[in-house]
Design a protein around this ligand. Structure first.
Ligand SMILES: [Zn+2]
Length: 164
């Protein structure tokens, strides 16, 4: 079944507006065409613009980096906005940026635009089914299944039987 997402809340709309304002201030056709806004659990909003050079980070990690730099690591919602002509539109964060959000805050949400133009809010986990889990973190990684009897510690049993 296709992921539907949930309608944006008031706070999400404010976050979209914050990203739009950041892009209005910093837009540069050659270098800065996307802005991101991240709200953390503390209620703070952090902004970022994409950077364009030899390496070209998206706007989202720039915004996340601003939050982390302030010691504010629990991301709650993230959105990216792109300018097209004179209009500003929500842009779905790329897979790399969703994964980064997932790595920091697996319970965070991401605002996305579906192909039909509908804008909605998903949990970042919903946006990345079977997400790669980079850290051995019980929040994101299921426990390693127990191995069958005899597989995990066969040597001990044998050694014991030799000396027994
Ligand atoms: Zn990205």
């Amino acid at each position: 079944m296709a992921v539907q997402g949930r309608p944006l809340r008031q706070g999400d709309l404010a976050l979209v507006r914050a990203a739009k304002r950041a892009l209005e201030r910093g837009f540069d056709r050659e270098r800065h065409t996307v802005a991101a806004a991240v709200r953390t659990r503390s209620g703070m909003v952090y902004l970022g613009l994409n950077l364009n050079g030899i390496h070209t980070p998206c706007a989202e990690p720039v915004a996340m980096g601003a939050a982390v730099t302030r010691g504010d690591r629990e991301m709650e919602v993230m959105v990216a906005v792109k300018r097209k002509g004179k209009r500003y539109r929500v842009l779905s964060p790329c897979g790399t940026c969703r994964q980064l959000l997932f790595d920091y805050s697996p319970n965070a949400s991401v605002i996305v635009r579906f192909r039909n133009g509908r804008v909605a809010r998903l949990t970042v986990g919903e946006s990345l089914p079977a997400a790669y889990a980079t850290f051995d973190d019980k929040r994101t990684v299921p426990r390693t299944p127990r191995q069958g009897r005899g597989d995990a510690e066969p040597a001990r049993g044998r050694r014991h039987s030799v000396h027994g």
